[in-house]
Design a protein around this ligand. Structure first.
Ligand code: ADE
Ligand code: ZN
Length: 317
């Protein structure tokens, strides 16, 4: 089934094998004896317990080539799952804070997007994501650094530790991003309350909500999301591994679709959560009894919700 993937953090596609390879190449010491040792550390209790390891893993990325290789590996793997279009988050602050230049990150990733189109026929674009555990001032500084590379990304997002960092904290920087014509998305309602989803819509003017699964606790919000066809980029295996729905049988993707929401399925951080997009689909379908109708809905929603040009969408749908 051809489909788009709209919620993938490229640093979350860094497989343990590649972490070790890049650490060796860049002379970086890892606190793990082996790939297996690292993999066995992937037992998460919540979002923060994952983020601690995710930022540590991303610390092996140094050169433009590293970023390019990482993204090419993801895009080749996604193409195997019949992903024909991907909108990819990257977290520049994770790298610029370590002394890696913004252009090293963006040029490496942008080169991978171009090459993957040639090699695999997959289209890909980049979304710059601000880290919400840092300040709005730091987000403004990041935007400033990225603007000379504006042609290489289509939008901005908001990720990292959700609880205690509501969307309202970033209202001004997102207003600036809107003036610049950037698409707006935000993680909201992953672990955080429905109020964070309202804020993402009303204060940031998010065009899509990343995760959003906590919306089910607010009837008025569910009605609004359905009426305005605001897409949710849902990530089943991520929610299971981070204990949002510890048992996949309790996942609410089917309920969101049946409630008329434009829900999509995505892999979030596939190297950490045990599966790429088709694994997510197969496992959530098996666990919750979704059927072929849901599959076609998810594929159609993924294209509808994408920021791809209308002509491409028409071709895919
Ligand atoms: N960064 C990478 N994956 C994330 C997630 N699932 N939630 C918030 N920030 C993230
Ligand atoms: Zn995410």
């Amino acid at each position: 089934m051809p489909k788009a993937e709209l919620h993938i953090h490229i640093e979350g596609s860094l497989e343990p094998q590649m972490i070790f390879e890049l650490a060796r190449r860049n002379g970086i010491a890892l606190p793990y004896a082996s790939v297996q040792d690292l993999r066995s550390a992937y037992a998460f209790t919540d979002l923060q317990s994952f983020l601690d390891l995710y930022y540590q893993g991303a610390g092996v990325l140094q050169t433009e080539e590293d970023f390019c290789e990482m993204a090419l590996a993801y895009l080749a793997r996604a193409a195997m799952d019949n992903v024909v279009h991907a909108e990819i988050f990257f977290d520049p602050q994770t790298h610029t804070e370590r002394g890696v230049a913004m252009q090293t990150v963006v040029r490496g990733l942008a080169r991978a997007c171009e090459e993957a189109q040639q090699r695999h026929g997959i289209s890909a674009s980049l979304i710059l994501s601000f880290l919400r555990h840092l300040s709005e001032r730091e987000a403004f500084a990041t935007l400033e650094q990225a603007l000379p590379l504006r042609e290489h990304f289509i939008g901005v997002g908001l990720d990292s530790s959700e609880l205690g960092h509501p969307p309202e904290k970033f209202q001004r920087v997102f207003a600036r991003c809107r003036e610049l014509g950037l698409h707006i998305v935000a993680h909201a309602g992953e672990e955080g309350p429905p109020a964070y989803i309202w804020q993402a819509l009303d204060l940031l003017r998010a065009e899509r909500i990343d995760h959003g699964v906590q919306a089910v606790h607010d009837t008025a919000l569910m009605q609004r999301l359905a009426a305005e066809r605001v897409p949710l980029t849902v990530c089943p295996l991520s929610n299971q591994k981070l204990q949002v729905f510890p048992d996949l049988r309790q996942h609410n993707l089917k309920a969101l679709l049946d409630g008329g929401l434009v829900a999509t399925a995505n892999s979030d951080d596939p190297a950490y959560f045990g599966g790429y997009l088709n694994d997510n689909l197969l496992q959530v379908f098996a666990a919750t009894g979704m059927g072929v109708q849901h599959a076609w809905q998810l594929a159609a929603h993924s294209f509808e919700a994408s920021f791809a040009p209308a002509a491409d969408k028409a071709r895919w749908m």
